[in-house]
Design a protein around this ligand. Sequence first.
Ligand code: TMP
Length: 214
Amino acid sequence: MREKGIFISFEGPDGAGKTSVLRVILDRLKPILKDRLLITREPGGVNNRVAENIRNIVLSSDYDEIDSRTEVLLFAAARRQHLVQTIIPALKEGKVVISDRYVDSSIAYQGGGRQIGVQKVSDINFFATEGILPDKTIYFKVRSEVGIERINSTRTNEINRLDNAAIEFHKRVNETYLSLVEAGNQRFEIVNAEESIEKVVEETWQIIKKIIGS
Ligand code: TMP
């Protein structure tokens, strides 16, 4: 289905700082790649009103009645629309696509965190994505306690529905992520996100440069 382009995802638990890192990386990549760069995010996505509307529902603290399986399906539905309408067309145009979260988030948060099960969530997402995975996934590794502490002390934007979940939830998310990331799959590059933002940016930048070959 894909002809060219490079698909990279950023993953990690809440408070890993990946979104802040991505902002700096964007400033460095823009002059190099110009219109060959697309930075997007999940749930939701650039120029994707369906996925962004699903985001508004699935992350809103107004909807605390959302059932766990409904949550899996909403994330998967948003992902499907993001993939076909935003990611694949950009890859076909030869762009470097960086998505802040993709399928591993569902496996960790819904599969592990919500205890739906890794296999069930993987199966639903296989349907949604037809098995399309990023070429590389940069994982921002941080202990749950550190991540939660960062959310509580530094976040200025609104705390979302999942940020409010119990510490046990976040620990399960972290453990599930680590079981994916540390299983030896070549897709994953691990960054120590407990370092200073400058060091995390630098480590991430070296990885990105290698991936895009510049
Ligand atoms: P973020 O914009 O801070 O990354 O917030 C997105 C939240 O949604 C974060 O708590 C992780 C969660 N999430 C899932 O639970 N499953 C998913 O598939 C995705 C993409 C995100």
